[in-house]
Design a protein around this ligand. Structure first.
Ligand SMILES: [Zn+2]
Ligand SMILES: [Zn+2]
Length: 214
């Protein structure tokens, strides 16, 4: 399947996204945008399954960073994400690769290209295994990339959002290295809710929703 994302790697350090070949989409009153044709996961799916490539042997703390990132989005839309152990029959496949990985889009050395991500319903997320990824609680400084910050942004693509011109938005096009930015802005929430509707538990503020213990 031909997809617009795998030629458009994400970048940090102020280099912009390679988006110039794509016509601007559906800009509305807000600053978020969608892919052309507004692809989204079918409404028959209320749960998206994801899995990590078992060969990557990721640590639990890395997996938890992904879970936290998915939770940010499922808090505002009526979609949940479930981690599966097997790579079979999942919606979202997450892999770390180094350099060439057989699709004509090799990863590079440090920085520049960090990820390849695909719009729905493809669900591929490739991460450059050579980056200085750090997970929450680790000491973050210049030259390091906060994994969760990047993953929150990439999940936006996996759901069908493209970049936002709103600086506070998770979907803003750049992330400074050595910084952490993991909270959705109202611009992100409004954008993704236009695709999927609102989570009935979403109260419109950035306060953390605490599920009841029942
Ligand atoms: Zn981006
Ligand atoms: Zn790739």
């Amino acid at each position: 399947m031909v997809n617009p994302r795998c030629g458009n790697p994400d970048r940090v350090n102020g280099t912009t996204h390679m988006n110039s070949d794509k016509s601007p989409t559906d800009h509305t009153v807000a600053n978020f945008s969608f892919f052309q044709g507004k692809p989204r996961w079918p409404s028959s799916k209320s749960k998206l399954k994801y899995a990590f490539l078992p060969e990557n042997q990721l640590t639990d703390s890395v997996k938890v960073a992904f879970k936290r990132a998915f939770d940010k989005w499922s808090k505002v839309i009526p979609l949940t994400f479930k981690k599966m152990d097997s790579y079979r029959s999942v919606d979202i496949r997450i892999r770390f690769f180094v350099r060439d990985h057989g699709n004509g889009n090799p990863f590079d050395e440090l920085m520049k290209i960090l990820v390849h991500v695909f719009a729905p319903p493809t669900g591929f997320l490739h991460l450059d295994g050579e980056e200085n990824w750090v997970v929450y609680d680790e000491f973050l400084k210049e030259g390091m990339v906060d994994l969760e910050s990047v993953v929150v942004h990439e999940i936006g693509y996996l759901l069908g959002l493209d970049h936002s011109s709103e600086k506070e938005a998770i979907m803003f096009l750049t992330l400074e290295d050595g910084t952490r930015k993991v909270e959705l802005s109202s611009d992100d929430s409004e954008g993704v809710q236009m695709l999927y509707g609102s989570n009935p538990n979403y109260n419109g503020s950035s306060t953390v929703y605490t599920p009841s213990r029942e």
